[in-house]
Write a protein that binds this ligand. Structure first.
Ligand code: IPM
Ligand code: MG
Length: 359
């Protein structure tokens, strides 16, 4: 098998962590019998500098011609003064919309060796956390009508939350499928006591649930969900929620794992196409110093193998290699809580490669 991957390294630490992920993918291919044909393209600040556009048409074309996209990170202080439409983040929002990436998977996992880094008490963590947040990614208030009216001094600004049934249905179905393959419990998070979009969301989730009698569906208001995530996070298996609520809850969930620098994500379209990126940002303050943690990028590559290419064994092997390296005590600076001597980005990549090779 040969897979075409468009690589968007992006800004800050994006290039260096993506390079490690690419090495691991290459090695996994040799071991599991597939090849990758990688093409690079520009996104974010780097794209603004070179073309004036955070998401140039050429990048869109290259992504559409690929089987999957691997992204590093975008943004940095250099571009913070730019107006909304020209910001690096706008490149992210447009690529989600253009490629139809409606289902965003954000796992929140506590890696046993990093447990002490979680801000939660031991008894709350219990035997660990493994939550999958499925965030709707191409609708809602992120993409609704927005604007301003009136004169300066008495202006009004507005953003609109709107959800069509088909948008709720497709992400709901995806979430039920994932829940079915995991702990068979799906919690749909909304604000149905106030918002009409949420009431429709809930109706559709109940309707989809009829086709998944093996998955236990529950509903929770988003304010309560934010509280339950720190009070009793182990009650959650799979969570499905709207774009805005998912943005907020996924940050909260990642932080309670204590390992935000470790977390990968997948943004899936219909079919097998997807974009894979670490949850962490571009960390411009540490860029280019060989100290960034490449594990989230490497684990994102593993998600790509699993969800876009169906290479389950290769994906599981990469995850196992990451676990082994952690268990052996190797740490980059961001996770060296136990006073371990940190290793660099490249050294961490090499250690994972070595563990993978000897599996
Ligand atoms: C995320 C980020 C983005 C979002 C920003 C950078 C536009 O916070 O991926 O969660 O809000 O979706
Ligand atoms: Mg966010």
């Amino acid at each position: 098998m040969n897979y075409r991957v468009t690589v968007l390294k992006g800004d800050g630490i994006g290039p260096e962590v993506t390079d490690e992920a690419l090495k691991i993918l290459e090695l996994a291919g040799q071991k599991y019998g597939f090849t990758l044909e990688c093409t690079e393209a520009l996104i974010g600040g780097g794209a603004i500098d070179q073309t004036g556009d955070p998401l140039p048409q050429e990048t869109i074309d290259r992504c559409k011609a690929a089987d999957a996209v691997l992204l590093g990170a975008v943004g940095g202080p250099k571009w913070d003064h730019l107006a909304g439409q020209q910001r690096p983040e706008k490149g992210l929002l447009r690529i989600r919309e253009t490629l139809g990436l409606f289902a965003n998977l954000r796992p929140a996992i506590v890696y046993a060796p990093l447990r002490s880094a979680s801000p939660l008490k031991d008894e709350i963590l219990g035997d660990g956390l493994d939550i999958l947040i499925v965030r709707e990614l191409t609708g809602g208030i992120y993409f609704g009508k927005r604007g301003r009216r009136g004169e300066p001094g008495s202006q009004e600004a507005f953003d609109t939350e709107a959800y069509a049934e088909y948008e709720i249905r497709r992400v709901g179905q995806a979430a039920f499928e994932f829940a079915r393959k995991r702990g068979k419990r799906l919690c749909s998070v909304d604000k149905a006591n106030v918002l009409d979009t949420s009431r429709l969301w809930r109706e559709i989730m109940v309707d989809i649930g009829k086709s998944y009698p093996d998955v236990e569906l529950s509903h929770m208001y988003v304010d309560n969900a934010a509280m339950q995530l720190v009070r009793h996070p182990r009650q959650f298996d799979t969570i499905v929620t709207s774009n805005m609520f998912g943005d907020i809850l996924s940050d909260e969930a990642s932080q309670i794992t204590g390992s935000i620098g470790m977390l990968p994500s997948a943004s899936l379209a219909a079919g097998t196409f997807g974009l894979y990126e670490p949850v962490h940002g571009s960390a411009p303050d540490i860029a280019g110093q060989n100290i960034a943690n490449p594990m989230a990028a490497i684990l994102s590559a593993a998600m790509m193998l699993r969800y876009s290419f169906g290479q389950m064994a290769a994906a599981a092997a990469i995850e196992e290699a990451v676990n082994q390296v952690l268990a052996a005590g190797l740490r980059t600076g961001d996770i060296a809580y136990g006073g371990e001597k940190p290793v660099g980005t490249k050294e961490m990549g090499q250690a994972i490669a070595k563990a993978l090779a000897s599996l």
